[in-house]
Design a protein around this ligand. Structure first.
Ligand code: ADP
Ligand code: MG
Length: 339
């Protein structure tokens, strides 16, 4: 191959490359935007999805907003209000920290962000017009609204990998459900092509779980709440009889973040191994809370993987806690300290 001299890539191309990892489909855009709304302390979040999110994703929150003079930074790569040092990265508790989601999303869409932080005279919006940012007063209500249209219009190759609008919509809805399960104090509204699709109103945690995962209601699950030293595991575990042929009701969160983790999956699976036979999958919604310094969340740009400092101890403790809750009458040796 004919080599050309080495040259730096233009900023927008770097963001488009990153977008391949961070926002590979409409549901990942929804995830990143909702993480930002939650990090901003929102208690009301409205999600509008048109045409499976490919046509439009619009998310409005009542969080703390972004001041006018920070709007351009918000959409700049590697600019974040969440961490400032390696030390802070190692103990990060916010859902975001990479400072690249908005820049990535904006690089592959027609993007408008409007924000009205408390104390500012009015709302301002920032939008990308033919490669340049434009800031102007806007009629938005308090909080932040982000409107993402024509996703991947500039990257047709990516667009080709998308599934039908219906499938993409349901992936987006799954993301909202994951977030809603972990945040019962937040009111969530989801509109699909202009029609109200789902509403999750502020509720107790168990009411939220039962409204989203009906198969866990009516005695089909047990609550779990155990704490040892600075590790806490709480949530609900499905009874073996209620296990299903699909693994679509398995939700595990580490410090409030939904994760897909092999180690955790294995721990849960083995906790059920004596009581669950065949190809059945147990349902569970579990929250593991531990000091932020015990877990590395900076493993993959999509932030759905984690690494535990003491993986063996976490595995044993999660497994044992579930086992003990499933069969309290059975003799399971008490485990008082993480090993
Ligand atoms: P990160 O979340 O990793 O910091 P993002 O690109 O997602 O990076 O967002 C950049 C910054 O924009 C955030 O650090 C935050 O200060 C601000 N921001 C983004 N979305 C919102 C929102 N909905 N409400 C308030 N601030 C926001
Ligand atoms: Mg973010």
């Amino acid at each position: 191959m004919n080599q050309r001299p080495i040259s730096l890539l233009p900023d927008v191309l770097i963001s488009q490359i990153a977008a391949g990892e961070v926002v590979d489909r409409p549901a990942s855009v929804v995830k990143e935007l909702l993480e930002n709304s939650l990090d901003a302390g929102a208690t009301e979040i409205t999600i509008r999805i048109d045409g499976g999110g490919i046509q439009r994703i619009c998310i409005q929150d009542n969080g703390k907003g972004i001041p006018k003079d920070e709007l351009e930074l918000a959409v700049t790569r590697h600019a974040t209000s969440k961490i400032q040092s390696l030390n802070e990265l190692e103990s990060v508790m916010s859902l975001g920290f990479r400072g690249e989601a908005l820049a990535s999303i904006a690089s592959v869409s027609q993007f408008t962000l409007s924000s009205y932080p408390q104390g500012q005279e009015c709302a301002y919006s920032i939008s990308n017009h033919s490669g340049a940012w434009q800031i102007e007063p806007s009629p938005a209500s308090p909080g932040t609204t982000i409107d993402v249209q024509s996703l991947y219009f500039s990257t047709p190759a990516r667009r080709k990998f998308l599934k039908t609008e219906q499938t993409e919509f349901f992936h987006c809805l799954d993301v909202v459900k994951r977030m809603a399960l972990a945040n019962p104090a937040v009111n969530w509204l989801v509109y699909r092509d202009g029609k109200l699709q789902s509403r999750f109103q502020e509720s107790s945690w168990s009411a939220r779980v039962f409204s989203i995962l009906e198969a866990m209601a009516n005695g089909a699950s047990k609550p779990i709440d155990v704490q040892v030293a600075d590790m806490q595991l709480h949530g609900a575990i499905g009874l073996p009889d209620a296990a299903r042929g699909k693994g679509d009701m398995q939700y595990f969160y580490v410090n409030g973040r939904f994760v897909k983790d092999k180690l955790i999956n294995h721990a849960v699976r083995s906790a059920y191994e004596d009581v669950l036979h065949g190809d059945k999958f147990p349902a569970f919604v579990l929250f593991l809370n531990l000091p932020a310094t015990e877990v590395d969340v900076n493993v993959h740009p999509a932030k759905t993987e984690v690494r535990f400092r003491n993986a063996r101890a976490v595995h044993q403790w999660v497994r044992h806690s579930i086992q003990a809750s499933l069969a309290p009458s059975r003799a399971v040796a008490p485990l008082s300290e993480p090993v």
